[in-house]
Design a protein around this ligand. Structure first.
Ligand code: FAD
Length: 392
């Protein structure tokens, strides 16, 4: 990859709406990405390898659980800070942002929100530092968009629970020390359990052959009569609202994050359009190229405003899951379109690892699918505005 020359784009002076702290956070995560992510990421993605050392480094910069209270090792920051961190990380790579999203929103958040005080103190400080690595097991081979149909189950055996079933498509799974797993009890109620590596009968096979999120590790979680200690049950939630609460937090981060990938594609295409000469002129001087660039920055700007407002609502505790769905869907769709258009501006060079565009483009195919597909989020908005459920 060429030198990382990225410059942030803020066409509508949205920075005026941010605090000094927000801008400092962005500066420091941007510097981290330039120094630690950009120089290595293309190579790891080409080899479909996960840069394991990044877990510790992400912990050191406070990218894990930034809005978890400081007493549990989190950053105690507001929701806009969290969004900015996700955006800067995804500007580097969606896989790196996914690593941080899973650890913060899908592992630390449920332990903080639904866990006992003992569980919080036992796991959260180590997860925040990257000394423990976690994953989130909801999706199953037969249940993706409809997780409530899950088959993974556990039985009360007196002094322990016995867990059986399988989860698939689990980010971080092959290297995770702990997994927050959603399973049904004897009464068919969904509960969360903390499963630890080393428990007998628990394995995490790697998923191979991905053309997307290649620098993020994905795997299965297989439970074959796993004895889980009773103190590992998350005591304070029951039902599908448990995992959905985590997904709302992660989707909020994705809504910000995908804009980072779009910004990187736009920035690359803009620079290229001024340097690449065809027919004796920079290609940026042709109207068709300008149309592409103008539409890209227009869509990016609209998405930036949407997530900023969502961040304000979230800070006030007023953001609804449906509002989060709308922003997640909009950002992912916008980012994919921007990446495809940027790819065209770069012509043949757009498909190479010399530039980050093809990697972002392939990554975004996952980002638009996980944590609720494009169509599922549309149905959530549809249900919200009509009051009618079109899922079944
Ligand atoms: C790289 C990667 C990492 C992931 N990481 C995790 C993770 O860490 N933890 C985790 O639990 N999961 C994870 N996932 C799983 C992800 O959340 C699911 O892939 C996603 O929810 C979609 O489920 P599915 O793939 O089974 O698709 P399906 O649910 O089978 O959907 C297939 C298609 O049918 C459509 N569809 C489904 N139902 C309806 C309906 N009612 N109306 C209209 N259309 C419908 C969908 O929109 C989609 O287009 C990951 C996935 C990927 C690819």
């Amino acid at each position: 990859m060429k030198q990382d020359l990225y410059q942030h784009h803020d066409y509508y002076n949205i920075d005026d709406l941010l605090t000094t702290e927000h801008k400092l956070i962005r500066q420091s995560v941007q510097a981290f990405v330039k120094e630690k992510v950009s120089p290595i990421i293309e190579d790891y993605a080409q080899r479909a390898d996960f840069p394991r050392h990044i877990v510790k480094e992400l912990g050191e910069i406070g990218a894990f659980g930034p809005s978890i209270p400081a007493q549990y090792g989190g950053g105690g920051l507001d929701e806009i800070s969290y969004g900015i961190i996700m955006q800067e990380l995804e500007r580097g790579d969606s896989g790196i942002r996914s690593t941080a999203s899973v650890q913060g929103s899908l592992v630390m958040y449920p332990i903080y929100k639904y866990g006992s005080e003992e569980q919080r103190y036992k796991y959260l400080p180590k997860l925040a530092k990257g000394e423990l690595f976690g994953c989130f097991g909801l999706t199953e081979p037969n249940h993706g968009s409809n997780p409530a149909g899950m088959e993974t189950k556990f039985e009360d055996k007196g002094d322990h629970y016995l867990l059986n079933g399988a989860k698939m498509w689990i980010s971080n799974a092959p290297y995770a020390d702990i997994a927050v797993v959603w399973a049904k009890n004897e009464n068919g109620k969904i509960r969360g359990l903390i499963v630890e590596r080393g428990m007998e009968g628990f394995t995490t096979p790697t998923t191979h052959g991905k053309w997307s999120l290649r620098a993020s590790i994905t795997g299965e979680l297989v439970f074959d009569n796993v004895k889980v200690p009773k103190e590992n049950l998350l005591p304070n939630v029951e039902g599908i609202k448990g995992p959905l609460g985590c997904l709302s937090t992660a989707r909020y981060g994705i809504a910000w994050g995908a804009i980072g990938a779009a910004l990187d594609c736009y920035d690359t295409a803009l620079r290229y359009s001024k340097e690449r000469i065809q027919f004796g002129k920079p290609i940026g001087q042709f109207q068709l190229t300008q149309k592409k660039l103008a539409e890209m920055i227009t869509e990016i700007t609209k998405a930036q405003l949407l997530v900023w407002r969502l961040g304000v609502l979230k800070n006030e505790g007023r953001a609804t899951p449906a509002q989060i769905s709308m922003a997640k869907r909009n950002s992912c769709d916008m980012a994919l379109n921007v990446a495809r258009t940027a790819r065209q501006i770069l012509g043949g060079m757009g498909i190479t690892g010399e530039y980050p565009i093809m990697r972002h483009l392939m990554n975004l195919e996952t980002v638009i699918t996980y944590e609720g597909t494009h169509d599922i989020h549309l149905l959530i908005t549809g249900m919200d505005v009509t009051g009618l459920d079109a899922f079944k």
